[in-house]
Design a protein around this ligand. Sequence first.
Ligand code: CDP
Length: 788
Amino acid sequence: MEPRTSAAVCGMGHSMKRKEDPRFIRGQGHYVDDIKLPGMLHMDIVRSPYAHAKIVSINTEKALAIPGVLAVITGETLKAYNLHWMPTLMSDTQMVLPVEKVMYQAQEVAAVIATDRYIAADGVDAVEVDYEPLPVVVDPRKALEPGAPVLRDDKEGRTDNHIWHWETGDRAATERAFAEADVTVKQDIYIPRIHVASIETCGCVADFNKTDTHLTVYMTTQAPHAIRTVIALVAGHVGLSEEKIRVISPDLGGGFGGKVPVYPGYVIAVAASVVIGKPIKWVEDRMENLQADSFARDYHMTAELAARKDGTMTALRITTLADHGYADAAANPSKFPAGLFSICTGSYDIKTAFTEMDAAYTNKPPGGVAYRCSFRVTEAVHAIERVTDVLAQELKMDPAELRFKNFIPADKFPYKSALGWEYDSGNYKAALEKAMKGIGYDELRKEQAEKRAKGELMGIGICSFTEIVGAGPSKDFDILGIKMFDSAEIRIHPTGKAIARFGTKSQGQGHETTYAQIVAEELGIPAAHIQVEEGDTDTAPYGLGTYASRSTPTAGAAAAVAARKIRDKAKKIAAYLLEVSEDDLEWEPGKFSVKGAPQKSKTIQELAFAAYTNHPPGMEAGLEAVDYYDPPNLTFPFGSYICVVDIDRGTGEVKVRRFLAVDDCGNIINPMIVDGQIHGGLSMGLAPALYEEISYDENGNISGGSFMDYLVPTAMETPNWETDKTVTPCPHHPLGAKGVGESATVGAPPAIVNAVVDALSHLGVKHIEIPMTPEKVWNILKEKGVAE
Ligand code: CDP
């Protein structure tokens, strides 16, 4: 049976799948764990039980005595090659394997290489490590207190756990606006640490060929080209040169940002393969994936709004403390240590704003990744959409009315936000009106009043979010200095069939379908005749990969531009064959014909054949084009979500009765795929709102480290999502499209929290932290005297 991807589970759309493709994988199947290469060895990892401890000794004798165990790799082994530390994507450093101390529970301590996966696991059990526990810091606020143990004493001259400070906006003007405001509100909000938990965990097969010194890495990565460059930069000194490195990212069972970073397991497998000269497979198990891979969120925020009595928002101020674990391994563009958090003025015309952020080291796994979120947008939207409801409550205004009062008007686009972004297009009023009509907002408010009179708890929550996706204009966006454009290369074969290759990498988003559609639409070639490929650095043009809903804004645009270059050349060939000037030709999908003489025409297939058999003298043969698309701006998709909840007074359980999502991602390429994206995203937004959280006790012991405790919602908990749309095209994208993959994950949590708080607002409840577990809600009901 073919493995199910999280794409299937989360409704991320259907993709046209290749059958067996021997070019991609020399074994069977399509996923890393399916790969079987001759002579392949297996790797398993010894992990630390302590969150902070000195390594006194590592005894590998018993492990090496097990038949089939070939090697145990430690930090000392890697140190000999200067590979025991590696850079993170945020130019911090992270251990591959420790030499002196471990920094979090489940950190990699050593790796066992064996002939069989189970023997490698036996080897892991037999490695004896002697630790000396050190004081543990789990709370980022305590990490910044004077006298806190300095965690990164590996960095020379470091005297505290502060990583960076970042601020944007006008501090003084914001202070003035707050001083002059009729009303101000302030809300502390914590977005807990959560985990990507894609169905397929991370893993790789590293295959170094000692004869020709080529390295092939089959790897669960969302960004194969960037990884190839990073390997060359980090391991060039041991002979891994970029032209001899091939990274292949086969089918992925979900990625969601968690498969952007480089994890130690990948590096150890590569190092082991180079030394041993055999292919090495490493695939994490579920608990390793939950406990040690990069986390997401973990933001402590204080959001404040200033407003006039009539509800006009005049200023926004947000302060944030980010817990990055023991290394800043966020996958943010390098200019933006707090990602795109400064989208936090949201959909509102707030003239004055200021936000400042600090980041701290703690004894936790490094992070944080942009989990289905364009670099901290989830946190920003949560802050603004929550504090907007707090303001509505303070002013005793309906939250919809407050939003209408403050929306950026449709005729003000392109709109420059107080924190510097130029929003491309939007019509927020239309989206909220549609959502309110679709869900029957006025009737629901009446029903709520009746229920309240009977003591029943029902709430209605709104979230009108603005996203910022499509990184990026390369002048602002880079990862480790590599500019964030993306690419498409299209080749039309003589018989009019095509192959199109991209620098992005689908993880279940259906790029095979939508990219083929774009090329088909531009050239009039049937989509079924277009082979789409991504994920192989030997064949695909260079690109930065897929995350942050960037594929449509960048590679999707590149597909259209490359196809148009091909059409331009085809036009020249048509003019030659039809013996007319190019100006006398007109295009309809699939053919050029002579204006006024439509019977004189040439189809794209005929023109493709001519490109190789009968092209104009002086013209290069062939019909192909490549485009590296550098978008002029980001795209700003948006939406209005309305959630209706009922709360059980006996158990505190929150039931999402209805949830309507009205999304706007500009022009849509494939409505079914977009709907799938929204459904999956909503389920991934429901998850942290009600269920998912990874927390730690004071000793750094993880809770939520297995699916027994980390509650990923199933079909049982997931409501019947209702979706609708408005269409406000992006003015600068060749197809008028904006990204959409993450909108719903970003928009859903605050809609759900706003609904639950709304259900309890008459009892004086102003805010509830996520996840809103039955226990948490029931305790509030008890405190308010309404628990049954
Ligand atoms: O980068 P990623 O693929 O995750 O996100 P995206 O660009 O938002 O695209 C997700 C999927 O939705 C892709 O298959 C897109 O082609 C499709 N899509 C679409 O059909 N129309 C849009 N306006 C945006 C995305």
